[in-house]
Design a protein around this ligand. Sequence first.
Ligand code: MRU
Length: 356
Amino acid sequence: MKIEGKDYRTIWFENNVVKIIDQTKLPHQFIVKDLKIVKDAINSIKTMEVRGAPLIGATAAYGLVLAIIEKNDQSFLKKSAEKLINSRPTAINLKWAVNRMMHKLSGVNSNKILEIALNEANTICEEDIKFCENIGINGLKIIEEIYNKKKDIVNILTHCNAGWLATINWGTATSPIYYAHKKGIPVHVWVDETRPRNQGANLTSYELNEEGIKNTIIADNTGGILMQRGEVDMCIVGTDRTLANGDVCNKVGTYLKALAAHDNNIPFYVALPSSTIDWNLKNYKDIPIEERNSQELSHMEGIDEKGNIQKIQIYPKKSKAMNLAFDVTPAKYVSGLITEKGICDASPEGLKKLFK
Ligand code: MRU
């Protein structure tokens, strides 16, 4: 998708280096950063220079390519794989991508291993782009249906950033919106600010602006009143891990939006590629929920009048804060899952029908 009119992907490989867009600097600075060794990839995931479930999976895949360039040795590769998996706990795509790479690379002849690794990492990215395009084509039908009934601008609420910056291109939750916009359907997006890291305000609103899509940032607690006032036609969010029973783990606050949507009879859709489905875990309580540094709550970063990025403390120094990064929305509050293979019920039967 576009930044200042130029097409980008979020990650690419060039001259033995992995290039990423440093998302901790957006929207104020656009910086392309080089990841040169596997440790760089691990750090970029931990510090959220790259974030979003599909993108951290892709970064981990390229991280293994970097590990091979650094030291072509199976035991170093295995250790790197473990460290990459542990760099963030909640999004299943990370484990999925590392396991997929290791399945291809374990025991492979050292002369061939780099070529095979690079091919696989590139394929993971190409597939993700295709899947996100399909999510867009499938989700477009829902937006079209609402528009055909309403004959007026379709208001869509989203949470966090499940846009192209969270994937390789297109995004998951945003892909149907981009397709609707391209088709000439008037859409407007309510963008949850998404405290504490403000991925909605800093990333979703930014990328929608760059694509010329109308959007309004709202404080995280505003969605409920907008729904009561009839100003939300549908919600679409992404997910970091969806269980085979349809329970959806996503950025903290998603659950409250789903409850409000349910209470107001507003469709609540979750968009995801199949790499985000955890087929093994049975109980949502077993999903490892990331708890991040409380400084993400107590301190805020922004740009001052001179254009410099500044960090300030906003909480009383003595106060304790707790920063859980994800929550789980039970399947019963999800109207449907928009996947690369079609839309299905958030249920074991629905998912099984699409993914046999
Ligand atoms: O903590 P983040 O920014 O990595 O969280 C991202 C989200 O919760 C996204 O909504 C999710 O990964 C879906 S991305 C297509």
